[in-house]
Ligand binder design. Structure first.
Ligand code: ATP
Length: 606
């Protein structure tokens, strides 16, 4: 039985009216109960606001606002100007299209007006016969139409779709196309709903989550659950070509404490300051995925070549850090230098100007063997056995230590050599690869930024304020948030107005533009009201003098003291982190732990 698209549109309408996660979960459960197995993957992607996982490297819709307005004006038989005026008045194009369609249906007693309406199958008043398959396939065709004549193809397909849709469906199709669904449901809620419907309880989410961590394609995972049951997920292995969600580290800055946490002995490695790369090999094909699982293969033809020449296994997934180096001396260069490569249009020019080296530190899969549940020493040995090493392709520098003095010495050597600090890693029997999780099996110990806060944090922009004086009329301050995975929300931490260069400030309006919203985005939790709200998308690294209690901010509200949250005193912008997605930002729990450590330190010194 084909699934009517109206089921999705109705769910979206309900989701839009609620902000409580429990309620959202109920609506998603209802939706999945009505979703046939054949389309569950597509329904999941649509909920994620996309047509396919980003890492597939397939084209996005490529429909700008102009084209959308034009398509809608053809479908509705009104002028672009009229439609734009209405959109401006009611706030968005989707809503405007819905209103016009409703109006027209009233006038024509249920039949859509205009020539194009004849293309549509007849429906009764305001109802359409659009199916999820049809909408998805048409949108996919719009996305893949590239090159000469593609604009006309996109226009025709979209106009046809909007003509055929009911008013409500058209609203959400338009918003989807614009990339502005704003539903506020994160992956965690989708997984929980799948667990309730297909595995009988929300508690089974952990099985779905582990599978998703090994294969970062939620649509595909949903399909396996619905067609083969949750049992099938238990045996899932990483697969070459599909990124695995990376294992992450906790942070500490006391060598003794680090060793204690890791059980007295640890592998310490240089923490290289570059871009994390997950390198997949199958025969003569190489994929490179970034920390946020984008396919970045095309950006690093030099790394592809190195991987082809130096990975001896037929099939493998290995991890390393790509670092910019000085070609003359081979010395490490900072992260910012590497990021310049992202901005260059011609990768081959960039490759010449900014040469790189790769430092490998892990492997999770070799020739059919899933290594994620094997201890680190086993994985390191495996890694060493399947690669050749040379100047620009080698294992991360590391050694095993069992006393704090040796750890500190290695740390100082790492800094001396241009690394950012060290990664200390557990090497006991249970030192597995925790895909998609931040845990105490890996601990990062970074260079102190000469401040009381031992480490920087990565926060998400959720709002902006207009500046005063020299910065009058322009954005001068950002409202920043930490991520709370429990509630899947972004909670305000502080306002940041310093640390920006003039160039940073100049670029702000353009950077923020796609994410600016009139109302508070659904996943944002902030009592402070900025001049404009910003959809959580951009991550910045922030340092400050110390963590403080604040009655205004919602991060860790009531955790350390009733009536207060945790904030940062004298926060300063350090750099953008385009390699991080908002869900990769520092979590509320991490900030709380940092706060507790700061308190302990204070107690020790007084
Ligand atoms: P940060 O914000 O400190 O750069 P992160 O939040 O991106 O870190 P973490 O898990 O906190 O991720 O720190 C680990 C990161 O350090 C990895 O993502 C990887 O990019 C980098 N790295 C550099 N050298 C190593 C190494 N030897 N082992 C593991 N990770 C390393």
């Amino acid at each position: 039985m084909p699934m009517p698209f109206s089921v999705i549109a109705e769910t979206f309408e309900k989701l839009e009216r609620v902000t409580a996660r429990t309620q959202m979960l109920l609506y998603l459960v209802e939706l999945f109960k009505k979703t046939p197995a054949e389309v569950v993957d597509k329904v999941v992607y649509i909920l994620q606001g996309k047509l396919w996982p980003d890492w597939k490297g397939l084209p996005e819709l490529g429909v700008g606002e102009k084209l959308l307005v034009k398509a809608a004006s053809i479908a509705l038989h009104i002028s672009e100007h009229q439609l734009e005026r209405l959109a401006k008045r009611v706030g968005d194009i989707g809503k405007a299209i819905e209103m016009v369609k409703n109006e027209q249906l009233k006038k024509t007693g249920g039949r859509a007006p205009g020539l194009l309406a004849f293309m549509a199958k007849p429906g009764s008043a305001g109802e359409s016969t659009l199916t999820v398959e049809k909408v998805y396939e048409t949108l996919a065709k719009i996305a893949v139409a590239q090159g000469e004549g593609s604009r006309d193809i996109k226009l025709k397909l979209l106009a046809g779709l909007l003509a055929e849709a009911s008013p409500k469906e058209a609203k959400y199709i338009a918003r989807f196309v614009e990339g502005r669904l704003r539903l506020g449901v994160g992956d965690a809620t989708i997984m929980e709903a799948l667990a309730v419907v297909y595995a009988g309880s929300a508690a089974m989410r952990s099985i779905i989550e582990r599978a998703y961590n090994l294969r970062a394609d939620l649509g595909m995972i949903a399909k396996i659950v619905t067609t083969q049951g949750v049992e099938a997920l238990k045996n899932i292995k990483p697969e070459v070509g599909i990124p695995i969600r990376p294992m992450l580290a906790e942070r500490l800055s006391d060598p003794l404490e680090i060793l204690k946490k890791l059980g007295g002995r640890a592998l310490v490695e240089y923490k290289y300051d570059g871009e994390r790369a997950q390198i997949h090999k199958k025969g003569d094909k190489i994929w490179i995925f970034s920390r946020r699982l984008e396919n970045i293969t095309h950006m690093y033809p030099d790394v592809v070549k190195m991987a082809l020449e130096n990975i001896k296994a037929e099939e493998a997934i290995i991890e390393g850090e790509i670092v910019a180096i000085d070609p003359e001396t081979g010395e490490l260069r900072p992260f910012q230098v590497l990021m310049r490569r992202r901005r260059k249009h011609d990768v081959h020019v960039a490759m010449e100007e900014i040469p790189v080296a790769v430092y490998l530190f892990d492997t999770v899969y070799v020739n059919g063997e899933d290594l994620t549940l094997k201890p680190l020493p086993y994985r390191r040995e495996k890694l060493a056995s399947i690669v050749n090493e040379n100047d620009t392709w080698q294992l991360a520098k590391g050694t095993i230590v069992s006393d704090a003095e040796a750890l500190e010495k290695f740390f100082l050597q790492a800094i001396e050599d241009g690394a950012e600090g060290i990664m200390a890693k557990a090497i006991h029997d249970k030192s597995i690869y925790q895909a998609g999780a931040r845990g105490w099996l890996w601990i990062k110990y970074k260079r102190d930024y000469k401040s009381e806060m031992a480490d920087t944090v990565d926060l998400v922009v959720i709002g902006a304020f207009y500046g005063k004086g020299r910065r009058g009329g322009k954005f001068g301050t950002l409202l920043m948030a930490a991520y709370d995975p429990e509630s899947d929300t972004f909670k305000s931490v502080c306002k940041v107005g310093s640390g920006f260069t003039d160039e940073d400030l100049e670029k702000l309006p353009e950077m923020l533009a796609p994410y600016i919203r009139d109302t508070k985005p659904p996943r944002v939790d902030s009592a402070m009201k900025p001049d404009v709200w910003v959809e959580p998308a951009l991550v910045a690294e922030i340092i400050g003098a110390e963590l403080t209690l604040s009655p205004i901010h919602t991060c860790c509200y009531g955790w350390a003291k009733s009536g207060a949250g945790i904030s940062i005193r004298f926060p300063r912008f350090i750099r953008w982190r385009p390699d991080k997605s908002p869900e990769d930002a520092t979590t509320t729990k991490e900030l709380y732990e940092m706060y507790l450590r700061q308190l302990r330190k204070l107690e020790e010194t007084t």
